[in-house]
Design a protein. Sequence first.
Length: 400
Amino acid sequence: MQTDLLVEPRKLSLANGYHFFGYYDIAAFSADSKRHLCHSVPFWNRMPRPGDVAELGVYEVASGAYRKFASTQSWNFQQGAMLQWLPSLGDSTVFFNDLDERGRYRGVLSDVDTGGRRFLDLPAAALDRSGCWALGVNFSRLHDYRPGYGYCHKPEPYGDDAHPDDDGVFLIDMESGASELSLSLEAIWELMEASVNPEDGEKILVNHITFNPSGARYVLLARVMKLTPPWLTTVITANRDGSDPKILFLNTNASHYWWSSDEELVIWGKKNGHERQHLYRIHEPDGAFETIDDDFFKADGHCSVSPDGEWLLYDSYPDMASAERWQSLYLYHLPKRRGSLLGRFGSMEWPEGNGDLRCDLHPRWAPDGRTISFDSTHEGNRALYLADLSEIMDTIRNVG
């Protein structure tokens, strides 16, 4: 169920069960590119329920050898348990979210080789590369809005409060595990207030959030919870402590992004005043922006820049007009402004009305800058794949 392949992917995950890594902008590979993390679950066709467990494991990239090192009940199908490597804290240190003995969400720092652990007060939605800081959000509130991104065990504690002043973005000290409020939902609402007035039953929440490379600032997507799309989005950046907040997009369409440097973001959306959506390069300090190749980037995708800054990895949502539900994988050379289709992959049909069960490709870079991994169902099972892009990179570089 695949065609148009310019690269031949290698299946890394085991044949039994359903395997995936999750999101595109967190560290799936170890710093030496030799190991890869994975979630393994026993079902794919319904949302997780309280008590459902995801096994957490690590693969040896060269041999495909697999080893389980933990399990968690705090997971979803889009971002898993926020499982990721933390190389700044050691070659075998990883992070994931879990439940404690009293049923509270928390973050876990774990050594995949020794089994040693320490814990954070709150679950984390983003970690900085230094391993010093994390950002937490209300995963119960998020679950009410998008089950594919939140956790199902605890009810939303704020009920119908549209923008509470003691919930929002929490800054977590990774050394002590302690946390404090960085930017409240009330403060976010005040930033959005000129154009957003939630109707009865609608709530403001933080959907995605990510540190810049130095961990000095973060970007978040603030959305008004509606039962159905479109979800208008305000894109906000702020210092780690919540100070100096800036609005990059106000109450418009915006989605996936990538910090390509401390001061530059690549993001898909529609700037206020534009007629359609584009892939933008934005200089965060002053908001200056430009579009990136409108002829190539025509639809929303998960974007990530290679470690050397030369390449942009991109994908597409399933094409629902095709019987195979084709999902496309792309590689784009930024200096030459030239891109290539790497392949199209058919996707399994998910139960109607449960779009968060879909398996996005979520392509992600290895630190070696030539290997990628992605999740796919094109062989009839949710599985994890690798691809070496060295040859196609050389071809694109050497074309005229």
